[in-house]
Design a protein. Sequence first.
Length: 283
Amino acid sequence: MNKEVVNKHVAILMATYNGECYISEQIESILNQTYYNWTLYVKDDLSTDSTLTIVRKYAAIDDRIVLLDSKDKCGAKENFISMLEAIDADYYMFSDQDDVWLPYKVEMSISALLRLEAKYSNLPLIVHTDLKVVDESLNTICPSLWQMFRIEPSLLNTFDRLGGHCLVTGCTMAFNRKAKSVCLPMSDAAIMHDVWMALKVYKEKGHIEYIKEPTILYRQHGHNTLGAKDFRYNYVLNKFKRLRGVIKENITFYRMLNALSYGSPLKFMYYKLWYYLSYNCKK
């Protein structure tokens, strides 16, 4: 492993809530990373199960695992944001409590960030990857979340275009200090920390790099806070069937864009249509 890569300290931020079923497997997958210069910071959202007991067990045997104090219930977004505000590191990654990281995830992401920093000096930078969608027993549902979500990263390479479709999944992100600084403070209008950060980095003339290879087994189960909806089939029909929910989601998304001075609702709808047509032409 490159010495320059090894010398970079990575803060892995994990927000937890009632994660006793799968959190041990997730922590074990982080412990098994080929890259070892990291600290896993865990902040719990007042779990009522044995999540804290499990985390304390791991923290007792590896000092790279740090359990942060948490006195108030705040939800996943605020949990992640509070850790990002408080912790200093060379690079940052977010972790869900119920996935499995493939062994090369951290090394691959940090190596990519170093290459980007050599090319784009002093810019906010994000690297993200595809995910393999699996069931609760880690059996493959779909080899690519990007396929399920109809994501083509090569089309979503500007601030305006990103307004038309979501791009980055938070648990695959790695980013530098500059990306952290331009994304804070985070607006109350932000839907989640990951989509806000991607939009903000592009708005501030930063760069987002994508890695097509999955680095995570993205577990779907009955208790997911956020799950993977399969948009591969009957896309327009499925949207129409849940029209009320789609309208509400788009209003919420536009409010976030408006907080970033994106432009008019017509611009927002234009780029949604542009992406839909461009994606289908590309495929």
